[in-house]
Design a protein around this ligand. Sequence first.
Ligand code: UDH
Ligand code: NGS
Length: 284
Amino acid sequence: KEFVEYKNELLHKNVSECPEIPPDLGPLDIRLLYNTNLLTILSQNPNLRPGGRSRPQYCRALQKIAIIIPFRNRESHLRTWLYYMHPFLQQQQADYGVYVVEQIEDTMFNRGKLMNVGYSIASKDYDYSCFIFSDVDIIPMDGRNLYRCSKNPRHMANSVDKFNFKLPYNDIFGGIVAFTKEHFKKLNGFSNVFWGWGGEDDELFQRVVAVGLKVDRPDQTIARSKMISHKRDSGNESTGKSFALISKAHKRLHKDGLSSLNYIISITSHKLYTKVTVDIGNGE
Ligand code: UDH
Ligand code: NGS
């Protein structure tokens, strides 16, 4: 088996590069089906490899992409995401893996820290060059919305139905963001200290600016996405501390983030994704 894998690897190195813009992409009919089950999704994606990995068969992708999803108690959203996104990413000829990072204990949710854990685990798994940090409840409506990294950090949730396909404020950086490995390391990842809802994405924006980078956004017509509507999760209330934290963002940049990450994990390779189960503490 190892020999076959080795041979495949060698053969894959010799195939030509994939085109920058994959063929046959266009608008998609997204109806947000909630009743899909994992077996159906699996049967519709026969070429997936364990851990929710795939790469194009007949060309070599220009980027290796890890998709990191922060997660707790959103099983049906995850199924919907997997149902739409595996075919979407394969149609885009992506070399990718999906990492679902689940906070197990019922302390306050910490989206930023889960993203950092996902980055750190995915980096050890494969030579990813691009990291896309995505909420579990946003589904793109057009195949031309390329899930890729660009020259600058990229805010990809800039055209969501919930906000009438507009930006609710100029510097919004929530929902889905894409970073090259180099850039994510340069800004020391997300802050780990935002427990509960709100602000960790705004702080990330401050970090981008502080290290001298700019934010790109895709064309708003092509980036149109649907968000699954839901109630506010318990355990993810706003603590009211975010604005005070953000006002000191630059002070914490180098000491709070990838450089100060501590956690306890277990990793399970599911057929449709890699599940990273993590105990990230409770902020004390
Ligand atoms: N998440 C979970 N579980 C939780 C909380 C958050 O999986 O308990 C993840 C999930 O990937 C979600 C993301 O973190 O998409 C962001 O969660 P959020 O609650 O900050 O963001 P969202 O915009 O909801 O989805 C905000 C509250 C909406 C209240 C709307 C009332 N109509
Ligand atoms: C801001 C939050 C962001 C959040 C954005 C949109 O107020 O984290 O609203 O939220 N900033 C702070 O709380 C400091 S949304 O309407 O999508 O739930 O992303």
